[in-house]
Design a protein around this ligand. Structure first.
Ligand SMILES: [Ca+2]
Length: 211
């Protein structure tokens, strides 16, 4: 009887440890809220950056004193002048149609890029990252890793070729981003570069396990 109880306890313990280990192995998505489900309401008159964007002809899709941005939006890449006429709009809709999953997705129109916000992610030379995201629309897109060295300066990037998008259905885009030839790497920041009229949802960037 005692042996049976001992065996039962041992099996339970192994089961629990197995679950714990599986959770440990699940890679963390570096992109905050990659499904664009959270929004950030910005009072245009009180938000200098958003005000400046609107002055430069960048649209967020609403009229009125409040602009609705994705909560994970950091800032646009490059000069705002170059983005004149661009639109970055949180769209709501049905999974599989206007959005890939959940209730919201992002629509980008124009030629530009933007950084995701959040802490820069610690990295070292040789780390390999896998980017996956869903898009539909017409144009092209890529996800770029900005590289920050041990002195805290942006010094290079890992820049895949843009992937053409010409689809009314959601399609999966994947990039493998390798930092092996980028010495002195300390952190990464992430930006998306859409061009054309592109819907984007479920952006994920994970660090691949060491081989
Ligand atoms: Ca979504």
């Amino acid at each position: 009887m005692r042996i049976k109880r001992w065996l039962f306890c041992a099996v339970c313990f192994m089961f629990v440890m197995g679950i714990a280990r599986a959770e440990e192995k699940e890679a963390k998505n570096i992109i905050p809220d990659g499904g664009f489900e959270e929004v950030s309401e910005r009072v245009i008159g009180a938000d200098r950056y958003v005000y400046e964007c609107i002055q430069k002809g960048i649209g967020f899709g609403q009229d009125g004193p409040i602009a609705i941005l994705p909560s994970n939006f950091g800032q646009f890449y490059g000069s705002l002048e170059a983005l004149e006429g661009a639109k970055l709009i949180v769209v709501e809709g049905t999974p599989g149609k206007e959005v890939h999953s959940g209730k919201r997705a992002l629509f980008f129109c124009g030629n530009g890029g933007f950084y995701f916000n959040g802490e820069d992610y610690k990295a070292k030379t040789g780390d390999v990252f896998k980017a996956c995201y869903y898009v539909k629309g017409q144009g092209s897109i890529r996800l770029i890793l900005g590289l920050i060295n041990t002195e805290g300066n942006y010094y290079q990037s890992v820049t895949p070729k843009p992937v053409s998008v010409n689809s009314d259905e959601w399609i999966l885009i994947e990039h493998t981003l390798d930092t092996s030839d980028k010495p002195d790497l300390s952190k990464i920041c992430v930006r998306l570069e859409p061009k054309g009229e592109i819907y984007i949802d479920d952006v994920s960037l994970v660090e691949e396990e060491d081989q």
